[in-house]
Write a protein that binds this ligand. Structure first.
Ligand code: PAF
Length: 281
């Protein structure tokens, strides 16, 4: 493992690797690594000759400064987890100035409506921030492939759209959600849950599995009402949204088509900790 805080030496290494025709895989992260990230890195290792992992808590994708402050920062432990893989992984951990220069702000993107639904309704400017940082990281690393988890499924679709609108040649690879034994989707935010909250949060995935069973036998409207009622019975979990949407366009399901694929999405709060999850239906 080699750690780069500055982009120039990393770019030099990458240019050398590219001139040797190595396939470069990128795993962008905000740190606080868990098994979900490690599984992304392992997939990247299998599908690339050289892997770059970025660790950068991106200020422009937080609509709430408190959320940015509270975001776990565990660089020392992150590096231990990566070095335990015993591979020559290049880790890029820039400062905000190194990545953005002196003016830290987001570009505005039109993601053809993908940014307006679900997370986009509740986290103003979030996807502009994600698009901005991912574009900057792609420009520095110039990867052949980039690996993203399906837990942030809307983000994954947006990054696919980003490569389309910026005519970027990077191949975007979506990787399955890793779950705790209880079914709770692995997330850096889980570290902030108490053990009681962690147990309760498993209800999110349980509900998604129930939705999968109901799907096809009941209408989307019926299922949405049912999910809302289920959450009302949970004292310590607050549903922010439930949606069944087209897997590609993320448009809310109104009339089901046999030729389309759908996913169900949930965002919920355990106290002030926001959790998201989704399931293919
Ligand atoms: O999914 C994340 O961790 C972040 O949104 C990403 C893609 C690394 C951009 O900051």
């Amino acid at each position: 493992m080699q750690v780069f805080k500055e982009k120039r030496p990393l770019i030099d290494r990458i240019e050398k690797a590219k001139s040797d025709d190595l396939i470069l895989g990128l795993v962008p992260t905000m740190g606080a690594l868990h098994e979900g990230h490690i599984s992304l890195i392992q997939t990247a290792l299998q599908q690339s000759d050289q892997v770059v992992v970025t660790i950068f808590v991106n200020p422009t994708q937080f609509d709430n400064p408190e959320d940015l402050d509270k975001y776990p920062r565990t660089l020392e432990n992150d590096l231990l987890l990566i070095s335990a893989l015993k591979k020559d992984i290049w880790v890029f951990t820039p400062s905000p100035q190194e990545l953005y220069g002196e003016n830290i702000f987001s570009e505005h993107f039109e993601f053809q409506g993908l940014e307006k639904v679900m997370e986009g309704k509740f986290r103003s400017g979030h996807f502009d921030g994600v698009g901005t940082v991912v574009k900057r990281i792609f420009d520095i690393v110039n990867p052949d492939r980039a690996f993203f988890g399906e837990k942030d499924y809307q983000q994954l679709q947006i990054i696919r759209k980003l490569t389309e609108i910026t005519a970027s040649p990077v191949e975007i690879i979506g990787c399955p959600i890793l779950r705790e034994q209880s079914g709770l989707a692995r997330s850096s935010r889980n570290e902030r849950l108490t053990s009681a909250q962690r147990n309760e949060a498993a209800f999110i995935y349980k509900t998604l599995k129930d939705v999968k069973n109901l799907f096809g036998t009941k209408s989307a409207k019926y299922i949405s009402k049912w999910v809302e009622r289920e959450f009302k019975n949970k004292k310590n979990l607050k549903l922010e949204y439930f949606e069944i949407a087209n897997e590609n366009s993320l448009e809310k399901l109104v009339v089901q088509s046999k030729n389309e694929k759908y996913r169900a999405f949930i965002a919920a709060y355990a106290d002030d900790i926001r959790l998201i999850d989704n399931i293919a239906l």
